[in-house]
Design a protein around this ligand. Structure first.
Ligand SMILES: Cc1cc2nc3c(=O)[nH]c(=O)nc-3n(C[C@H](O)[C@H](O)[C@H](O)COP(=O)(O)O)c2cc1C
Length: 227
C-alpha cells in the first residue's frame, strides 16, 4: 500500500516542469490522507474577490464513474477523429508524438472509470465578477477563479506521486453530468480530473514552445533574450 509519506519534497520548479498529462492509471485506491492534501492544495487557489465560486465532487463510486466514462466516449471519439485528420499532414516525427498522445488519450477514454478517483470541478458564474462578459468574444475570466485550483490539484498530485489529467471533454455532456451528480441548476462543470497512481513512469519532461515565442517585451510580437 502506498503510504501517506508518499508526499515528496520536490521543488516547485521541478514540480511545474514535470507535471504532464498521465493517462494510464492503476486502479489502486488513493489513501484518504493523500487525497485530502490534494484537495487542500486545490483550496489554496486564488479566486476573484476570494469568493471561491467553485466546488469539487470527489467521485469514487464505481457505478457513477462508469456513467461518466460512458458519457466521455462520444465526445472523445468525435475529437479524436478531427485530431487524427489534422495530424495527417505533419512530418513523421511530429506525427508520431501526436499519435502517442492520441493512443494515451484513447486509453484514458476507455478506462476513465478505472481511475480510483475522478475530481469534478464545478463553478457558479453568479458568484463571479466576470469582467470580460460583455466583449462579444468567448469569456475566459470566470475560468480564472476555477483553474488555478485545478492546477494546484495537479501539482499536488505530482508531489504525491499520483498521475492525473485535466480533461474538459465531458463539459459537452454537462446536462447529463449535472443530473448524474445532483449538481444544482446554477452550478456548472469546468474540469474533470481522473487521478491514480501511474502505470509507468508518470510525470516527466514537457514539450512546450520556447519562452521567447510566448513572451513579448513591451509590445506584442517583440521577443527578447532577456525580459
Ligand atoms: C483546457 C484543457 C482541456 C483538456 N482536455 C482534455 C481532455 O478532455 N482529455 C484529455 O485526454 N486531455 C485533455 N487535456 C490535456 C492536454 O491534452 C495536455 O495537457 C496537453 O496535450 C499537453 O500535454 P502535457 O500536459 O502532457 O504536457 C486538456 C488540457 C487542458 C489545459
Amino acid at each position: 500500500m502506498i503510504a501517506e509519506e508518499s508526499m515528496s519534497e520536490i521543488g516547485i520548479y521541478e514540480a511545474m516542469s514535470t507535471t504532464r498529462a498521465v493517462r494510464r492509471l492503476r486502479e489502486d485506491p488513493i489513501p484518504a490522507a493523500v487525497l485530502n492534501r490534494v484537495l487542500e492544495a486545490a483550496n489554496w487557489g486564488p479566486t476573484g474577490g476570494n469568493a471561491q465560486p467553485w466546488r469539487v465532487i470527489v467521485v469514487k463510486d464505481a457505478a457513477t464513474k462508469a456513467a461518466l466514462q460512458a458519457l466521455y466516449i462520444g465526445p472523445w471519439e468525435a475529437y479524436a477523429a478531427g485530431h487524427r485528420a489534422l495530424i495527417g499532414g505533419l512530418e513523421a516525427e511530429a506525427r508520431q508524438v501526436q499519435e502517442r498522445m492520441i493512443a494515451a488519450a484513447d486509453h484514458l477514454a476507455h478506462h476513465l472509470h478505472r481511475a480510483p478517483v475522478i475530481l469534478v470541478f464545478c463553478f457558479n458564474p453568479a458568484l463571479m465578477a466576470i469582467t470580460d462578459a460583455k466583449l462579444g468574444r468567448p469569456s475566459v475570466v470566470g475560468g480564472a477563479s476555477v483553474y488555478p485550483s485545478v492546477q494546484n490539484a495537479l501539482l499536488a498530485c505530482r508531489a504525491e506521486g499520483l498521475g492525473c489529467t485535466l480533461t474538459t471533454l465531458l463539459c459537452a455532456r454537462e446536462p447529463e453530468v449535472k443530473e448524474l451528480l445532483a449538481i444544482p441548476a446554477d452550478w456548472y462543470t469546468a474540469a474533470y480530473v481522473p487521478i491514480g497512481y501511474p502505470v509507468g513512469r508518470g510525470h516527466g519532461p514537457l514539450s512546450r514552445r520556447p519562452v521567447a515565442k510566448m513572451a513579448y517585451l513591451d509590445r506584442w510580437g517583440r521577443s527578447s533574450a532577456e525580459y
